[in-house]
Design a protein around this ligand. Structure first.
Ligand code: ADP
Ligand code: MG
Length: 397
């Protein structure tokens, strides 16, 4: 087709009017075909010239990223057409080959769902001007793909199941051995009739009962720890959830002579989180802090917006930890307590990974420990903050 057009151009002064119309007609047909092909793909495609002026944009672009209201974007500067500052900055950086490692995924609230869009910028040589590059910007909806990845991550989590099963096997050995010994003592006492004092009998039965209880805890905790988390995150303020946990723990903390301090930043962006799971993670941290402050102390719960994260910090003035303890902290069944399960922090870790976040620890022997939960702030929330601050609508024309 192109060679046909090129030949026609070369011979243009030999062509009559009818033939020229024919060439133009076939050119326009070809253009239409290309446009239809572009429109039929799911991704949004924007073609720009070297100065980032839009030459063509498929109509689905506006459903993928926030864009100015306009019937057509052709001839409009990309900067005016896109309304999301982060997407704009990203594209400009890519065009200038800056920050090539930058995250190319952007999340936007769409109805009650969050849509994640991957933006890729590639340059191509302009046929008309060999020196200048033009750009193709692809917008792909990766929401479903990311969800699939999350599911994969969950099954990876289950890979640690074998480690945990080995842990359970080890854990149940001790109570089973204790039960075995006491059953044998009971049996012997029965055989030598009359030798079993009621005191001894009661003691053996107590031990049996206690060990059965312990076995039960191990099994219940194990099932709880390996169960995939049923996480239902929503975009909300975390302050209320943290305040509720503090209110709930207050009485018990006071009973242990622990002063509770709440230091909450006055402004916080919203984050995606599952209310129930976050409460559970916080309670686990508070329980540990209480156990570390047997003689009383101060528990400080801090809520901050730091960098790209909202952080929830639980700091105690308790016994603190050795380096070796810190290294093993999140391992299933690691405990230094006589009646500990060693699953509390494993759970906290799992919950934070489920939130795409993290948990960090700082501790000093004899001084206390600080556990920090990091929740990523979604891109869409920064947009909302900017809007709130400038008082402008995102898609003004
Ligand atoms: P558990 O509380 O059942 O022992 P965890 O997973 O909650 O299990 O904690 C593992 C271990 O980490 C504890 O046994 C303790 O040694 C240590 N630890 C956790 N939190 C603290 C804290 N705030 N201060 C001191 N040590 C802690
Ligand atoms: Mg614990």
């Amino acid at each position: 087709m192109r060679s046909f057009v090129r030949r026609a151009i070369a011979k243009i002064d030999q062509l009559d009017r009818r033939q020229i119309v024919g060439v133009l007609q076939s050119l326009s047909n070809e253009l239409e075909m290309l446009e239809n092909a572009l429109e039929s793909i799911e991704d949004g495609v924007i073609l720009t010239d070297a100065d980032l002026v839009i030459r063509y944009a498929t109509s689905n672009c506006r459903t993928l990223v926030p864009m100015a209201r306009s019937r057509s974007y052709e001839g409009m500067a990309l900067e005016d057409a896109l309304s999301d500052e982060h997407v704009k900055a990203y594209i400009i950086d890519q065009v200038h080959q800056r920050d090539e490692e930058a995250d190319n995924e952007f999340s936007f609230q769409k109805g009650d769902k969050i849509q994640t869009i991957a933006v890729t910028v590639t340059s191509y040589k302009d046929a008309a001007n060999a020196k200048a590059s033009s750009f193709v910007i692809m917008l792909s909806d990766v929401t479903a793909h990311n969800a699939a990845e999350r599911r994969l991550r969950r099954s990876e989590n289950l890979a640690s199941l074998t480690t945990m099963a080995a842990g359970v096997a080890h854990e149940i050995k001790n109570p089973l051995a204790a039960m075995d010994i006491h059953l044998q003592l009971l049996r012997k006492a029965f055989i030598r009739k009359g030798c079993l004092t009621s005191d001894d009998g009661a003691r053996y039965l107590d031990v049996l009962e206690e060990e059965i209880g312990r076995l039960n805890t191990i099994v219940v905790d194990f099932l709880f720890a390996v169960r995939p988390l049923d996480s239902r995150p929503r975009l909300a303020q975390i302050r209320g959830t943290v305040a509720e946990v503090c209110a709930f723990a207050k009485v018990e903390l006071a009973a242990h002579k622990i002063i509770l301090k709440e230091e909450f930043a006055s402004y916080l962006p919203r984050i995606h989180f599952d209310d129930h799971l976050v409460k559970q993670a916080l309670l686990n941290l508070i329980k540990n802090a209480m156990a570390a402050m047997e003689g009383g102390g101060t528990l400080t719960v801090t809520l901050r917006h730091e960098g790209n994260d909202v952080t929830v910090q639980v700091a105690d003035t308790g016994i603190g930890m050795e380096e070796q303890t810190i290294a093993k902290l999140f391992e299933p069944y690691f405990t230094t307590k006589a009646s500990g399960t060693g699953l509390g922090l494993t759970m906290v870790y799992k919950i934070m990974k489920e939130h795409g976040g993290d948990v960090t620890v700082y501790s000093k022997k004899g001084e206390g420990s600080v556990f920090t939960l990091h929740f990523p702030v979604p891109q869409s929330e920064y947009l909302a903050i900017e809007e709130a601050m400038t008082g402008e609508a995102s898609d003004e024309t």
